[in-house]
Write a protein that binds this ligand. Sequence first.
Ligand SMILES: Nc1nc2c(ncn2[C@@H]2O[C@H](COP(=O)(O)OP(=O)(O)OP(=O)(O)O)[C@@H](O)[C@H]2O)c(=O)[nH]1
Ligand SMILES: [Mg+2]
Length: 367
Amino acid sequence: MVCQKQRLASLSWRGGGGARGGVRGASASKRVLRTRAGGLSFKKFGKILEEKAKADWNRVFEGTEKTRERLGVVDELLCYWNLDDSEDTLEELEDALIASDFGPGAALTLVDSLRDRIREGEIKDQGGLKKELKKNMVGILESASINSGSGELAMSGKGLSVILIVGVNGGGKTTTVGKLSNRFAKEGYKVTLAAGDTFRAAAKEQLEVWAERTGATVADYPADMEKPNPIEVLKHAAEQSVEAESDSSLLICDTSGRIHNNFKLMDEIEKCKKVLSEVKDGAPNETLLVLDSTTGLNMLNQAREFNDYIGITGLVLTKLDGTARGGAVIGVVQELGIPIKFIGVGETVDDLQPFNAEAFVDGILSS
Ligand SMILES: Nc1nc2c(ncn2[C@@H]2O[C@H](COP(=O)(O)OP(=O)(O)OP(=O)(O)O)[C@@H](O)[C@H]2O)c(=O)[nH]1
Ligand SMILES: [Mg+2]
């Protein structure tokens, strides 16, 4: 979406534009809107955007296949639903949502809202019930984006932006760093990666592979550092980035996996975040918590702890393509009000999608 905005910002009116630039005989109504870079007509450009949006939608749909299969039980329930006997079905629906990792809070909210609509006579058939259920799920997911101001990443308008990536072991942090690097490099950012995972063997080498794939560079370790330590590594990377700051530079900081209830490691991540703000005012622009969708509702505890310690500005939901437990995130968003910024639907650089609540709900609860 950032990308779309930037592209639209670079659109310019050409042709027939006043006395000097005018195409002979062209009236104002025949002006053609073209992009500066590609010289594409606005119509064609619009079509490309439309096709891309459709392709992204399809990828989300494919990525959420397993969760959708599991939630197929909702359709089965609704088959037997009738207005006179709605209470039993609502109770079963609540159980089905809880069994699908939605969490008791989210399941109760969703079902209570349906009950109210039925009482008010607004829902009369299965179609209406499912439509309302989807609408309410989208409502929960979108309310977090609205409360936090935006569903996009809060990049600096000009100069250096910093993104800090945190999460438990093996959730997909480094892969997400690579995917984000790819995305922002394509948008014209000069991307540097900070190897803040100094714990796991070859973590820096893993990051170097992603840097090579995506045209980024990995910041050096401080020359005088005897034993790698993440706070020093991030500080040095931020200092280097500030020195080399250009109009659109981006530092993405990878960190070690840490269990959310290990206080020592949580103190460490707090210091990592603090040191970034000491080097650059307002950094990090985003602190993204990577949540592995396959962990189901366990992700709620992770999100609570990380948020309490360092304040999370956005969630990245990874491995959606390999799980039936994607619905769990609705409970997380409902309780913590943190927006989902991206979803991971595979292991390659392109398998990161900006989060779209409607596409996601359509994916997990097919029509
Ligand atoms: N299917 C799928 N696999 C993913 C996705 N994201 C990451 N993975 C895989 O998950 C595994 C762990 O990914 P990493 O990026 O190394 O995870 P990490 O959080 O950096 O791990 P640690 O640094 O050890 O804590 C790798 O095999 C990735 O390819 C995703 O969206 N879908
Ligand atoms: Mg890693």
